[in-house]
Structure formats: structure tokens, C-alpha cells
Write a protein that binds this ligand. Structure first.
Ligand code: F6P
Length: 529
């Protein structure tokens, strides 16, 4: 049975209430997966054992594609590229075009370690002495991964302070630069292509800023890029350029040179642990049977909720304040990868591909948008995550509250509150029609799906495992949907039009633009004079 026929069959079947399913004594055992430091529970969804079996059958093409990816086949067919971010954290030979790529990966990693050690111990200095601050200038995959991971691993920081500038809005640079001393700052220009206008604009501004104080400004610059000719033209010495190959996609690149700021912050040893955690998840993904495979199960419940149940979005809700950039990171990972509408063959997709992904850390979100999750008309599958322990032993009472809130939310989503229960709550205050009216507002439908990922504590290896888990989840969904998860043509048109609009903001002829754009531009130009 082909994928979309299987989806239609599952769509047509009546859905059980989650609480009825949970009354089955072995459901929690069947609807969970455990691996290493992780336990993933998906028993609070309406996915039945039979539906899961059907989805597992529909995933029969995954192992072949997975093995092709790990082997270095050119599975990114529209760009004719291999997809080998796993090699950046790997320890087995991978042959591309007849050559093992691993010696090159390890040599670059070794150069990164040496440079990071030099910066951290003061061997590498700025004009004003030891480097106190690092600014990573990059955007998209050249920003979100390291920015997310540097924040996530704050308790492990023992290196220079790290800052991230991504937006072409000068406010981003200005608000960062005003806190820094150029003489003790290292600027890292992170750009796979070294052509991205936002990054180059910020890098040029940073170089001018540095030049106002420092005699040899680019001596305090490093670059992370596949385009070493361009980094040289910018003036960065090759000894501080860390290259990678086109088989690393931007949104999958935190494991190599793009992770340099993270390595500077937490040190090479902790960075190795981060890679190890991801590598262990890779090994699990490669070898575990599909029915026990964490990324596969995460993907299947994603397909269940979006393609089968038709829920348009999913929320990622880490009960971990230091994972507050994880939803933004996953937005790029999932939506840039699977926000597609044609199959590998170029035919229109018969149904939706990737859902909208969004989220915020708990408990903050509870006091903002959870209202809609509990009582809005459209169910939002929630992906909770929480650690057993926080990094602040003296504040364990905070962490207990965090855990309690996380579990309470998934329980509330599941149970809801019936009209009778709502009425009983307020029967002492209202009566008659007013009691019914007031009770209606206090009813929660319940039966709202959620999954929960738990782990002992957020350490570098656990973070590596979480990111690799989500990477492989995106991969599995992409294979099942028969789409290319590794290109991003959708962002190109906006880039082209921004280039053509640039001169018009300087007053150029806008007559070939649509009427709306002309009107907006006209008013903006009027206000600029
Ligand atoms: O937004 C499109 C994109 O190409 C992303 O895929 C990428 O992560 C980002 O721009 C940055 O690209 P680069 O690293 O080449 O500057």
C-alpha cells in the first residue's frame, strides 16, 4: 500500500479517546521508547497499537534511505549532494567520490580544538590581551545551532563570553557591540557560502568597528565556511579559517566548524561529549528495530498528528529555560527541511508535508498561549521535554515545581474537565441558567495529545542526543513523504527580490513592482526624507 493510501485508510478509522486507550494496562510499555539517557512516552496520544503497526509498515523504505545517507550517497538529489552531517560526529570511514572523508573531518576538528585551546588559555590574544568575548556573526543554520547550544549548556561555560549577531537590522550589531571591547574581542564570521547578505553586512560593520581601535583588525577574525577563496578575499588568514564540505547542510552544521563558538564556550572536552551524544543517537537510529527506534517513533507520531489527524501545527515545549532557543532551532530544522510541496520526482504532493512548528519553554508558555492549547478549537500536539534534575542543586525546589508543571500540563490536556465537573466547582456561587453558562466557559474538552521526552539532566551528551534525535525524525518524515528534506529553494526567491529592491530604497525606479509594493515603498521613502 502506498503512503497516501495508508494515510487515507488511517484517516477514515474512528479515533479512540486517549484516556480509554490508557486504561489498557500495557499501553505505556508499548507506546514508549528508551535509549541511553532518554525515555520517550507517547502513550498520551490517540495512536493505537494497530495504527502504529500500520505506520511502521509504511516506514519500510526508511532503512534503505537511512543506510544510503550514512554511506554518503547523493540523496540530496536536487543539489546532487551527499548528506553527511553524521560524519562530523562519526568515527567510521565514509567514502564520497572514492575518498574517505573522515581524515579531513578529524583534521579540522583537531585544528578547532587547538585554536579553541589557544583562545581559552590566552595563547591567542587580541591587541588588548586575552580574548574575553566572542561574537559569532551568521544567520539561519550558521547562527541558530551554536546560539541554541551555547545557551543550553551555560552551566558548562568556562571560556570567553559568546554573543550572536544574525539580523541585518543594525540594532542587532549595535546592541551587542556596545557591550564589547574590540581589543579583547574575537569575531567569527560563520557562513557556509560566505555570500549571505546579512552576514556579510554585519561582518563588514564589525571589521570597521574593530579597525577604529585595533591596528590589524582581521587578525581578530576567524571564519567558518566552505568558501575559502571568499574568506581570503575578506582578509581572514587561512590559519583561522575552518572549512567544511557541501555535504553539510546549514541547518545540520553545528557539529563541525559552525560549532566553534560552542567549543570556545564549553571547551573541547565538553564539545567531544556533545558529539558523542549525537553519535550514540546515530548508532541507535542505524541499528535499533523500527518499533524501538526513538527517531522513528517520534516521526511516526508526527505523521499521525499532521497527516492522519490533520492537526496543522505542533508545539515543542521544553521545561528547561536554557532550551528556550530550541523551538527556534527546530523551526529551521523541521520547516526548512520538510516545508515542501513536491515529491522527489517533482510531482505535486497529494497531502501536506511538514507542519508549522512553534513553542516556548515551560512554565512561561503556560501563562501565555496554553489557553488556546487547552480550550481552542484546533488541537495542538505538544512535545514536552523535561530533565529529572536541574543544574542548580541549591534550587531543587524550583526544579520539582518545573517537573510537576510539565506533568500537570500533559495530564490536564488528557483529562480535561467535563461540564458536570465544571458545574460542581461553581455550584455554590451560581444557579440556574447562569450556572450552566458559567460552567460552559470552564469546560476543557481534554483528549488533547502530547508526548514527553525525559532525561536525567541537560549535559553536553544529552543535548547532542536531543538534536540528533530531531534531525533523524525530520529525515524519517521526509523519506515517508518522499520529499527532499535537504534543499531549501523556497528561501531563494525572497533573497533575489531583496537584491532587486535594494536600489529602490535608494529612490530607484519602482514602476515594475506591484501596486502594493509601490505604495508601501512610496510612504517609507517619504518618511525617510
Ligand atoms: O535562509 C537560507 C539559508 O541558506 C539557510 O539554509 C542557511 O542556514 C542560511 O541561509 C545561512 O547561509 P550561510 O551559512 O551560507 O550564510
Amino acid at each position: 500500500m502506498d503512503f497516501w493510501t495508508g494515510i487515507e485508510t488511517l484517516r477514515a478509522q474512528p479515533k479512540a479517546r486517549i484516556s480509554d486507550l490508557l486504561a489498557n494496562y500495557n499501553r505505556t510499555a508499548r507506546m514508549k521508547a528508551e535509549f541511553g539517557p532518554f525515555m520517550f512516552d507517547m502513550s498520551k496520544t490517540a495512536l493505537t497499537a494497530e495504527a502504529l503497526d500500520a505506520l511502521l509498515n509504511m516506514a519500510s523504505g526508511v532503512p534503505g534511505r537511512r543506510d544510503a545517507m550514512f554511506a554518503g550517497d547523493r540523496i540530496n538529489a536536487t543539489e546532487d549532494r551527499a548528506v553527511l552531517h553524521t560524519a562530523l560526529r562519526g568515527n567510521r570511514p565514509v567514502v564520497v567520490d572514492g575518498q574517505d572523508v573522515m581524515p579531513g573531518v578529524h583534521a579540522t576538528l583537531e585544528r578547532m580544538r587547538d585554536f579553541a585551546a589557544d583562545v581559552r588559555d590566552g595563547t591567542f590574544q587580541g591587541q588588548g590581551g586575552r580574548i574575553t568575548d566572542v561574537v559569532n556573526i551568521g544567520i539561519g543554520g550558521s547562527d541558530l545551532g551554536p546560539a541554541m547550544a551555547v545557551l543550553a549548556l551555560a552551566p558548562f561555560h568556562d571560556g570567553p563570553r559568546c554573543h550572536f549577531v544574525s539580523n541585518v537590522d543594525g540594532a542587532d550589531w549595535e546592541d551587542t557591540a556596545k557591550t564589547l571591547d574590540p581589543a579583547t574581542t574575537l569575531v567569527i564570521v560563520a557562513s557556509k557560502t560566505f555570500t549571505t547578505i546579512e552576514t556579510l553586512t554585519n561582518a563588514n560593520t564589525a571589521r570597521d568597528w574593530m579597525a577604529d581601535t585595533v591596528d590589524d583588525p582581521t587578525a581578530q577574525f576567524a571564519a567558518l565556511s566552505t568558501a575559502q577563496d571568499k574568506t581570503g578575499a575578506f582578509g581572514i588568514d587561512p590559519s583561522r579559517v575552518f572549512g567544511f564540505e557541501d555535504w553539510v547542510g546549514g541547518r545540520y552544521s553545528v557539529w563541525g566548524p559552525i560549532g566553534l563558538s560552542l567549543m570556545l564556550a564549553i571547551g573541547p572536552g565538553n564539545f567531544d561529549a556533545f558529539l558523542k551524544g549525537a553519535r550514540e543517537m546515530d548508532d541507535h537510529f542505524r541499528t535499533a528495530p523500527l518499533a524501538e527506534n526513538l527517531p522513528v517513533l517520534l516521526a511516526l507520531q508526527g505523521i499521525w498528528h499532521h497527516q492522519v489527524c490533520g492537526y496543522p501545527t505542533r508545539a515543542v515545549l521544553p521545561y528547561d529555560n536554557r532550551l528556550s532557543r530550541l523551538p527556534a532551532y527546530l523551526q529551521q530544522l523541521e520547516m526548512e527541511s520538510n516545508g515542501k510541496s513536491v515529491t522527489m520526482a517533482g510531482d505535486p504532493l497529494p497531502g501536506p508535508a511538514g507542519p508549522v512548528v512553534w513553542g516556548e519553554p515551560g512554565t512561561n508558555g503556560q501563562h501565555a498561549f496554553y489557553q488556546l492549547i487547552h480550550q481552542g478549537k484546533t488541537p495542538v500536539p505538544c512535545e514536552f521535554m523535561v530533565a529529572a534534575m536541574g543544574a542548580e542543586p541549591g534550587l531543587d525546589h524550583h526544579h520539582k515545581l518545573l517537573i510537576a508543571n510539565c506533568l500537570a500540563q500533559s495530564e490536564a490536556l488528557l483529562k480535561g474537565r467535563s461540564h458536570a465537573e465544571a458545574r460542581a466547582l461553581i455550584a455554590d456561587r451560581f444557579s440556574g441558567d447562569e450556572l450552566e453558562r458559567q460552567a460552559a466557559h470552564r469546560v476543557f474538552e481534554g483528549n488533547r495529545p502530547s508526548t514527553t521526552l525525559i532525561y536525567p539532566r541537560l549535559t553536553p551528551d544529552v543535548l547532542g542526543g536531543i538534536i540528533a534525535l530531531y534531525e533523524h525524525r525530520v529525515f524519517v518524515e521526509g523519506v515517508m513523504l518522499d520529499i527532499n528534506s535537504f534543499d531549501q529553494w523556497g528561501v531563494e526567491l525572497g533573497k533575489e527580490l531583496a537584491t532587486s529592491l535594494g536600489p529602490l530604497v535608494d529612490g530607484g525606479d519602482a514602476s515594475d513592482k506591484d501596486a502594493s509594493t509601490q505604495a508601501l515603498l512610496g510612504q517609507l521613502l517619504a518618511w525617510r526624507t
